[in-house]
Design a binder for this molecule. Sequence first.
Ligand SMILES: Cc1cc2nc3c(=O)[nH]c(=O)nc-3n(C[C@H](O)[C@H](O)[C@H](O)COP(=O)(O)OP(=O)(O)OC[C@H]3O[C@@H](n4cnc5c(N)ncnc54)[C@H](O)[C@@H]3O)c2cc1C
Ligand SMILES: NC(=O)c1ccc[n+]([C@@H]2O[C@H](COP(=O)([O-])OP(=O)(O)OC[C@H]3O[C@@H](n4cnc5c(N)ncnc54)[C@H](OP(=O)(O)O)[C@@H]3O)[C@@H](O)[C@H]2O)c1
Length: 443
Amino acid sequence: MYTEPNTYDIVGVGFGPSNLALAIALDEILLERGRELSHCFIERQAQFIWHGDMLLPGTDMQISFLKDLVSLRDPTSPYSFVNYLRQHNRLEAFINQKTFFPSRIEFNDYLRWTAGHFDAHCRYGESVTRVAPEYKGRDVVALTVHSADAAGRERQRRTRSLVFAPGGRPFVPPCLAERNDARIIHSSRYLGEIERNPLDVGGEHAFAVVGGGQSAAEIFLDLVARYPSAKVDLILRGSTLKPSEDGPSINHIFDPDYTDFFFGQPQKVRLSLLAEFRHTNYAVVDGDLIERISAMLYAQRVEGTARVRVLSSCAIEQVRCDEHGVTLDLAQAGAAQPLQQRYQRVISATGYLRDTSRSLLAELEHELDGFSIGRHYQLATPAHVQAPIFVQGSSETTHGLADTLLSVLAIRSHEIALSLVNKLAPKPQRPVHASDIVAEEVE
Ligand SMILES: Cc1cc2nc3c(=O)[nH]c(=O)nc-3n(C[C@H](O)[C@H](O)[C@H](O)COP(=O)(O)OP(=O)(O)OC[C@H]3O[C@@H](n4cnc5c(N)ncnc54)[C@H](O)[C@@H]3O)c2cc1C
Ligand SMILES: NC(=O)c1ccc[n+]([C@@H]2O[C@H](COP(=O)([O-])OP(=O)(O)OC[C@H]3O[C@@H](n4cnc5c(N)ncnc54)[C@H](OP(=O)(O)O)[C@@H]3O)[C@@H](O)[C@H]2O)c1
């Protein structure tokens, strides 16, 4: 049981990898400086889990384990992936795998193990619903963070500062979302939904997976393996699955140093860099998955079967739901008639939006300078807003493509933690001696 202070120094919204990295960095700096700041992180999930409904067997990390929560800043930290391996007696065995890319299941276990060290600062099972400014005259002197648990019980916490890290919000195209049908599932809920309402494994079902990104490809392969008699269609707008651009010459755009370069560019240049490098991250699939899908399609041609299909250059024109399933009308480039297909489940692997921080701050909107974010991730506010607000993972257009990824966590969290400690628990002023004044006058 914990007792909560009347006012926190820092409240964090969300406890995924970004705010977990911040918890470590804060701990480190406060210990080093002999200071204390009361802080807590409010997390919607009941326990720490990293994209739990996408922890599919056989899926790997997309970045090196050396880009863990701490190593780029301090490879000697006890919270490194290497120390996690050592503590779990798997260091040599991991080395023998000869890989930089652990499974996502193992990396989740590393993150969960690290998060366990910060339980005292975590308020799991509560969703932040809004943030309200507290005015004294014209000044915003504090913020009140409102949250609710799964049973609808509401709580409020007063804080002197705020750090948002709520991650992405699932995006479902309107034509699918409007149906509001439980058989249409966003990829972020895939495993939970497919396991909660399972179809019989040997049944002749039909599944559609919409999207051409990594989530779509992983789910497509999972369904093919999970339901060996089912028909599975991968439906993409593009003309083909695109491999992610990867390799030593391009990967420097994910280096923390690149953030300075990117931030220093005019907005027009930033936007053209984002467009140029979009296919390092979005709407792309790992090359080895594309090879597995191609091999499967070719094997079917040899057998003369068509259990699985990749339907490219396809737009969803209409969606109908009835007791038999979800019917999609698919307009395929070059085809005279739309293709009509009925599915038992439609998985929308159509990506994420990053607007949660902004919508939770709606009551403060008039105080924000158009949601402009400074180099060290602080929202621009006028001087009378005395509570600093930081955001993680919402500044791709100013900080670059690495902003939503793990690549910058070790450095970004340290930058934010330093700003917070300097603002909220500054070093005590050294008493001014007469000799200082003389020295200044001589200069
Ligand atoms: C399936 C998948 C795999 C990925 N794999 C990689 C990879 O290998 N490498 C890589 O660099 N990136 C990867 N990414 C990108 C991903 O964004 C980062 O790995 C990482 O999760 C970012 O951490 P975060 O803490 O910013 O966001 P998240 O991990 O999304 O965490 C945000 C947390 O905030 C909580 N939350 C949200 N809203 C609220 C609220 N209102 N109140 C309270 N809590 C809230 C959520 O429950 C969540 O726990 C992957 C993304 C996905 C979807
Ligand atoms: N193993 C892993 O490490 C792993 C696994 C999954 C995801 N991830 C990461 O998670 C992030 C998100 O990946 P993601 O695959 O979920 O999303 P994504 O890369 O944003 O891809 C979304 C896909 O949905 C399509 N789409 C969007 N709107 C659509 C619409 N209205 N109609 C039809 N199609 C639509 C897009 O089509 P267009 O191509 O036409 O734009 C795109 O192909 C990425 O950073 C990715 O690397 C990592």
